[in-house]
Design a protein around this ligand. Structure first.
Ligand code: ADP
Ligand code: TRP
Length: 322
């Protein structure tokens, strides 16, 4: 079994990213062969500032390592360090029907809004197919918005195999468990685009301030409340120990407490929960060369595998001269 996923380097991770994705990547490592990469070639379709893209890429690696990705158990690398991907992408582009890409949502949405789209965005799903197929990946953990792209990948692989012989393994999407959507500070889904995030690597004081500003309803203190429908409690459940969670639930049901106390408890629990990753992040950020070495190591492993698959594909379609 080989698990693979790409992570867009787009800035500071929030609780939604951690509980909805990163923690699940970390859980999958070790049990299987896991390949995780920072999708900086994809990010180039939106991030057009060279300093920013380079910084985001290194930052994403630091974040993942700080949050528990272990290079001894998972291969971590930057997409742009594996040139085989771009070559495989070209091979797949030939034979990709325009209509298939016209239906893909990233391009379609942009076009529907009348925004200019470039060929990079249009062919985004083909690059993603190359990412997946290059490592004989069979399981691709992704959010719901990426499932369409995995379908495109399967189509392209099946059509190549049909025409040139059995070269590619058809991958399956593994839907990340986002059933428990992490609420933001306003009670809506936490998202960068809603400006309602709690960032994991904010310092403790800034985090506490954000938590204290979480919106609450104005029901009187005496009134018992159902914890399960309260976003403050949902956030608390993510970072508190099980017995703390149960005690807090009982407090909600009994009533007679203030939201201010819950916020304080939430800030304390969050500080404990993220203390270790925060310390690890500071240490890693102080030694960027160590992180670059991890990425170089990962890229060497990834290139080895991608090189084998690429050669298989080139031989099949008559491009190999050796
Ligand atoms: P944002 O909405 O902040 O732009 P992204 O779309 O970059 O977040 O999220 C990347 C991944 O993080 C998603 O595929 C999803 O698995 C997870 N994720 C993001 N926000 C949440 C959330 N509020 N609850 C659960 N998971 C989330
Ligand atoms: N497109 C994915 C996203 O925006 C990132 C990605 C790039 C990816 N290549 C991939 C995910 C290959 C899974 C497999 O989240």
């Amino acid at each position: 079994m080989r698990v693979l996923s790409g992570i867009q380097p787009t800035g500071r991770p929030h609780w939604g990213n951690y509980f909805g994705a990163i923690r699940q990547y970390v859980d999958l490592q070790g049990e299987e062969q896991a390949y995780y990469f920072i999708a900086n070639l994809h990010a180039l379709t939106t991030v057009r500032d060279p300093k920013l893209l380079a910084a985001y890429t290194l930052d994403a690696a630091i974040d993942l390592l700080a949050l528990g990705l272990d290079p001894a158990r998972a291969t971590l690398f930057a997409q742009s360090d594996v040139p085989e991907i771009s070559e495989l992408c070209w091979i797949l582009l030939t034979g990709t029907p325009m209509g298939l890409l016209e239906r893909c949502h990233a391009y379609k949405d942009k076009k529907a809004k009348g925004l200019p789209a470039d060929a990079g965005l249009f062919t985004y799903p083909v690059l993603m197919a190359a990412d997946i197929l290059a490592y004989d990946s069979d399981t691709v953990p992704v959010g719901e918005d990426q499932v369409q792209h995995i379908e495109v990948c399967r189509d392209l692989a099946a059509s190549f195999n049909h025409h040139f012989g059995p070269v590619f393994i058809l991958p399956k999407a593994k839907l990340l468990d986002t059933s428990a959507k992490v609420p933001g500070t306003d009670g809506e889904k936490m998202s960068k685009s809603y400006n309602n995030t709690l960032e994991i690597f904010d310092d403790a004081a800034a985090q506490r301030k954000r938590i204290m500003r979480i919106t609450t309803d104005s029901r009187p203190m005496e009134q018992p409340k159902d914890p399960e429908t309260d976003h403050l409690f949902q956030l608390y459940s993510l970072v508190a120990a099980p017995h703390e969670r149960d005690e807090m639930a009982a407090l909600y049901r009994r009533g007679g407490f203030g939201y201010g106390d819950v916020k304080k408890a939430l800030a304390d629990a969050a500080e404990r929960f993220f203390a270790e990753p925060r310390a690890r992040r500071s240490a890693l950020a102080a030694e960027p060369d160590r992180v670059r070495a991890v990425l170089a190591d990962g890229a060497a492993k990834a290139r080895q595998k991608a090189g084998e698959v690429l050669l298989r594909a080139k031989r099949a379609c008559g491009l190999a001269t050796r």
